[in-house]
Design a protein around this ligand. Structure first.
Ligand code: HMG
Length: 393
């Protein structure tokens, strides 16, 4: 079997089990809710249940993808995250068991802030080029935590995206040109001893814009399309206003003469899920792609850009074209339902969950059963994390 068309075959999502409206956080912080709704482009954010973590979210996102792909076709699982749960064991190995994948699978975790799922996608494409019979499963899963009371607090969130990369993909055929950019900057990082990230918010925005422009220039130098020949743009979305800012910046940088309404239409349909989930780090740009594909407009044949950014900093800019028949592969109603099903919690309930209290015995503890997802993190016994499938609720 040989195929020159390689790309994303299937894509699904999961998110934290609860949500908080950003108006509730604005009230506590003495901010105008419009600053978050309009200034950041965020209305709410997902909050994880006590027995949810990056493994349960990632496996929940991947379950429908694996069931549709067939477990025997998947020979590689790449788990992208920046909120790792262990210094040596990959979160992907836990997900591999929960998903019921066979033993003959290579599993590894990848890290570079919010960027690593895009590296995973490129590595996956190379593996598929070598063996077009295999499908590679990529899981991107993260829980974004900043200091409570900081200006970054309303840009937290939690979510996962899972996708397969294969020959003859059903959703998006990747084009060969890709632009990459790396610069050692300290805009956002999380030392091993910290649960919350350290961030220089305003300089992180400049670092993001510079890196995406650098990646776009490289994309053009590698033979990529002109800005005007790209129909839609999926950006990494720490908050959705960032995508709008990046798009205006890139259009100017590229010298593109595109009317403002067109620029808006090129990014607006990518924001629907991230606006309600918050920052999901590695998953964010793929949740943007998912929202775009779920949009009612027919995108068949359109060229879509993926502009991926991870602080620190690495960016990649690449494009793909939407396959004909892609609508048969999407699960639009399901994704809307996932968001609608999250009960709203008030600020006090949210604060009680987010305050990080040292555990009396971090080597042994149990978690309450709260999640409505297919898998749960039941607790820790003798320093081993216990994951289990949940009974349908
Ligand atoms: P801030 O400094 O409190 O906000 O925090 P601000 O004063 O800059 O205001 C934000 C926007 O709201 C502005 O819009 C205001 O004008 C507007 P802009 O001028 O930028 O277009 N505004 C209002 N709008 C309507 N009504 C009002 C109102 N008041 C103000 N009443 C900041 C914002 C993003 C800095 C903060 O939330 C933060 O530090 N967040 C975390 C860092 C971040 O998300 N950086 C993004 C780029 S880096 C990245 O994406 C990587 C990352 O995902 C991590 C990774 O890679 O792993 C973070």
């Amino acid at each position: 079997m040989s195929s020159s068309v390689i790309g994303i075959d299937d894509l699904a999502m999961a998110t934290g089990g609860f949500r908080i409206d950003l108006a509730d956080i604005a009230e506590r912080l003495g901010a105008d809710p419009a600053k978050y709704y309009r200034g950041l482009g965020q209305t709410e954010m997902s909050v994880v249940a006590e027995d949810e973590d990056i493994v349960t979210l990632g496996a929940a996102a991947a379950l429908p993808v694996v069931e549709r792909a067939g477990r025997e076709r998947i020979r590689t699982l790449l788990f992208a995250t920046e909120t790792g749960i262990d210094q040596s064991k990959s979160a992907g190995v836990y997900a591999h068991r929960l998903l019921g994948l066979p033993p003959n699978v290579r599993v590894v975790e990848l890290k570079q802030a919010c960027y690593s799922a895009t590296a995973a996608m490129q590595f996956a494409a190379a593996l598929v080029a070598r063996n077009p019979a295999e499908k590679v499963l990529v899981i991107a899963s993260d829980i974004a935590r900043y200091e409570l009371g900081s200006t970054a607090e309303p840009t937290q969130g939690a979510g996962a995206a899972a996708f397969t990369v294969s020959a003859d993909p059903a959703l998006l055929a990747l084009e060969p040109a890709a632009g990459v950019f790396t610069e050692d900057v300290m805009d956002f990082w999380r030392p091993n001893h910290r649960v919350t990230a350290i961030v220089d918010g305003h300089s992180s925005i400049s670092a993001y814009l510079d890196a995406v422009a650098g990646a776009f220039d490289d994309y053009r130098a590698q033979g990529g399309s002109a800005f005007e020949a790209i129909n839609r743009f999926c950006y990494h979305q720490p908050f959705t206003k960032m995508a709008a800012k990046a798009h205006q910046y890139l259009a100017k940088h590229a010298g593109a003469d595109v009317p403002t309404e067109t620029l808006t239409a090129q990014v607006a349909p990518t924001m629907g899920y991230n606006r309600r989930i918050g920052n999901s780090y590695t998953a964010s740009v793929y949740l943007a792609l998912l929202a775009l594909l779920d949009d009612p407009a027919d995108l068949t044949g359109e060229r879509v850009a993926i502009a991926s950014y991870g602080s620190g900093a690495v960016a990649e800019f690449l494009t793909g074209t939407v396959m004909s028949g892609y609508r048969a592969q999407i699960r639009n109603g399901t994704n809307e339902q996932i968001l609608a099903d999250r009960p709203r919690i008030d600020d006090n309930t949210y604060l009680a969950r987010q305050r990080i209290m040292p555990r009396s015995d971090p080597s042994n503890y149990g978690n309450r059963h709260e999640t409505r997802g297919p898998f749960r993190f039941a607790g820790v016994r003798e320093d081993q994390r216990i994951y289990e499938a949940t009974a349908p609720r």
